[in-house]
Design a protein around this ligand. Structure first.
Ligand SMILES: Cc1cc2nc3c(=O)[nH]c(=O)nc-3n(C[C@H](O)[C@H](O)[C@H](O)COP(=O)(O)OP(=O)(O)OC[C@H]3O[C@@H](n4cnc5c(N)ncnc54)[C@H](O)[C@@H]3O)c2cc1C
Length: 404
């Protein structure tokens, strides 16, 4: 096909910029567009679990993040009320998490894509997906000042978020859907030191989490069931502080802190989409969206970027037929995330843990290896399927040292 680009990527945040960067590093002609300009914020908190940090390191970008002054996070605490499970979320190779502002992380990623040779067009809105004979062939869009522009490519990648224009245009099959389960509101606080910890508190029908970010601020997000959205939306501050009051020690710390930003809230649906078809592919939230309670989205986006770019490379070089390479991408994604997806959707209900899980948590409290394993599971470092495997649960209940 005679095109000016090999690949057009729509969306230049956590999924799109790394996809464009990795393809450009392989020598492909990549056009990366986003309606946003960078740096800019987006509605999202931003815990980067250790395996996402490992991706940044693998791409040669971790030093840049560390140089922005983002405080590293070395341990996670899960406060269940009667006891707290504390552990280390990473591995020996990737021990640290971070919580970088999206203004900083996304800008760093866009710049890396441009440095790799991708043509980056910020402030460019894709209005229409072009196709011929059932195959996507390009996009039509416009920049803020200009008229309509047509661009063609062998493959168009939708990294355009959960409301993906591309997914809608190709009617990507959607499966394993669940409605929004959790409503979250977050803000940023000064004078709330975290000492390198990411803290989560779980209470009946309430949960909240706090992590240190740029500028000496601490991000605090509070969640309640989606069913309470209407009831609470007119008094968010009261509901937010009321949830935190359920954990008196943290509430006391928060009373000594100052809120530095307005509350921002969100609820998201849960779904998978088939991430490929003739001339198109989906990465990040465009292809798979899950509740934010387990903070997996950026890690998932980075993994998609790596595996989708690898599959597209196979297809574009002819090493493997497009459908075969992209089917492997889809199967790999679904296998990797399915157990975490189910756990995430279960946690997002904010229902109390079932009795067996409560027993297990009480049994592992104080067993550092088991607590590390629990924390790693929540960070996505190990799969819930591995953590909840009968032999592992048996060993933890027997008080044996397990892990890593
Ligand atoms: C409240 C909340 C808290 C979260 N907390 C965390 C967390 O702590 N850790 C974590 O890992 N994940 C978290 N997530 C999830 C995370 O935000 C997403 O998984 C991640 O942003 C997905 O990145 P993406 O690149 O796929 O999509 P997005 O970040 O949504 O980026 C899509 C981009 O596409 C562009 N775009 C869309 N349509 C067009 C168009 N037609 N033309 C041009 N450009 C277009 C948009 O401008 C946007 O920049 C949270 C999400 C929410 C809602």
């Amino acid at each position: 096909m005679n095109t000016s680009h090999d690949v057009i990527v729509i969306g230049a945040r956590c999924a799109g910029s790394p996809t464009a960067m990795l393809l450009a590093r392989k020598g492909y002609r990549v056009l990366l567009v986003d309606r946003a300009t960078f740096p800019s914020d987006t509605i999202s908190t931003h815990v980067l679990h250790p395996l996402a940090v490992a991706s940044l390191a693998g791409w040669g970008l971790l030093d840049r993040l560390a140089a922005t002054g983002c405080p590293p996070i070395h341990s996670y605490d899960f406060d269940f009320g009667p006891f707290t499970i504390s552990g280390q979320p990473g591995t020996a190779d990737a021990p640290l998490a971070y919580c970088p502002r999206r203004t900083i992380l996304d800008k760093l990623l866009v710049d890396a894509a441009a440095e790799a040779g991708a043509e980056v067009r910020e402030g460019f809105v894709v209005d229409e997906i072009l196709s011929e004979d059932g195959r996507v062939t390009g996009v039509r869009g416009h920049s803020k000042a200009g008229g309509p522009v047509t661009e063609r490519a062998a493959v168009v990648v939708g990294a355009d978020g959960r409301h993906s224009l591309l997914a809608g245009a190709v009617q990507a099959e959607q499966y394993n859907e669940k409605p929004p389960l959790l409503c979250g509101y977050y803000s940023y606080w000064s004078d709330l030191p975290m000492d390198g910890r990411f803290e989560t508190s779980i209470r009946p029908l309430r949960g909240f989490a706090a992590a240190p970010t740029h500028g000496g601020l601490t991000l605090v997000i509070v969640g309640w069931p989606a069913a309470e959205f209407e009831e609470n939306k007119l008094h968010v501050e009261q509901s937010y502080l009321g949830a935190i009051d359920l954990a008196p020690a943290f509430a006391e710390r928060l009373r000594g802190a100052r809120r530095e930003a307005p509350f921002v809230g969100a609820m998201v649906p849960n779904f998978f989409r088939k991430p490929y078809g003739p001339g198109w592919a989906l990465v990040g939230d465009a292809g798979y969206n899950r509740d934010f309670i387990t903070a997996q989205g950026i890690l998932d986006a980075f993994r998609d970027a790596e595996t989708c770019a690898g599959a597209l490379d196979q297809a574009l070089t002819g090493a493997r037929p497009f459908d075969e390479a992209m089917n492997a991408y889809q199967r790999g994604r679904d296998q990797r995330v399915s157990a975490m997806y189910e756990l995430t959707c279960q946690l997002a209900t904010l229902d109390p843990p079932p009795p067996e899980l409560q027993q297990l948590l009480a049994a592992i409290h104080g067993n550092q290896a088991a607590m590390d394993a629990f924390v790693r599971m929540n960070a996505g470092t190990i799969s819930p399927a591995e953590f909840f495997a009968p032999e592992n649960v048996g060993a933890m209940m027997a008080g044996a040292r397990v892990g890593p």
